[in-house]
Design a protein around this ligand. Structure first.
Ligand SMILES: C[S@@+](CC[C@H](N)C(=O)[O-])C[C@H]1O[C@@H](n2cnc3c(N)ncnc32)[C@H](O)[C@@H]1O
Length: 197
């Protein structure tokens, strides 16, 4: 039991909780800043049942391993690599939200709106989906930070599949709204999510 309260576990779990609290609260605050409080619901915290289950299972893995194999959690270069991914992923996603401004909606737009402009500047010059790329790096980073091998693998697969389905759906509407302008942009700039064109 003492392993659970070791320096390693206290530090890694504190980093994890801080990362989660900062990620979700800043998503909500930025959504309110971009769209106004009346247009934003608690859904902008981006906390779904599946997400809670994934995080719960990852913490379960952590507690089992820290008790049975405490040495696994002592690979500090791995844990610090994960922390770096959490910070980089967070910066990338929030840069995307701030750059896209009102164009960045948590629910995918399926109808054209006059104020919706195609964003191709800033971080969108480098990748078409910096928000998704940032989330992929952030979420996998949380598991590398905890030195959780099973959840790292599971997060890569589950988050990748989620975006591999979401990106073509989102781009179907972007091509409808912006036509050849979006087609030309998509040809020039990679998606930002590996193996998704
Ligand atoms: C959750 S945001 C994600 C934006 C982007 N996929 C990303 O990862 O940064 C989804 C909304 O952004 C809009 N969107 C995505 N790319 C855009 C772009 N380049 N310019 C304007 N709107 C965009 C979509 O229409 C959708 O309503």
């Amino acid at each position: 039991m003492s392993e659970i309260f070791s320096y390693t576990a206290c530090r890694q779990l504190s980093q994890m909780f801080l990362a989660i609290i900062f990620f979700h609260s800043s998503e909500y605050v930025l959504a309110v800043a971009m769209h106004g409080r009346s247009n934003v619901s608690l859904k902008s915290l981006l906390i779904s049942k599946h997400y809670i289950l994934a995080m719960f299972l990852s913490l379960l893995e952590y507690f089992i391993e820290v008790v049975l194999f405490p040495g696994m959690k002592e690979h500090w270069w791995i844990s610090n690599l994960g922390l770096a991914m959490v910070i980089i992923g967070e910066i990338m996603r929030k840069t995307a939200i701030i750059t896209a401004g009102q164009a960045f909606t948590h629910l995918i737009r399926t109808h054209p709106e006059e104020q919706h402009k195609l964003i191709t500047h800033g971080i969108y010059r480098l990748v078409r989906h910096p928000g998704y790329c940032g989330f992929l790096i952030w979420s996998v980073g949380t598991q590398i930070m905890l030195c959780n091998p099973i959840s790292t693998f599971a997060f890569v697969i589950v988050v990748w599949i989620f975006f591999a389905k979401r990106i073509p759906y989102e781009e179907y509407f972007l091509r409808q709204f912006f036509g050849s302008q979006y087609a030309e942009y998509a040809q020039r700039v990679p998606s930002g999510v590996p193996f998704v064109n």
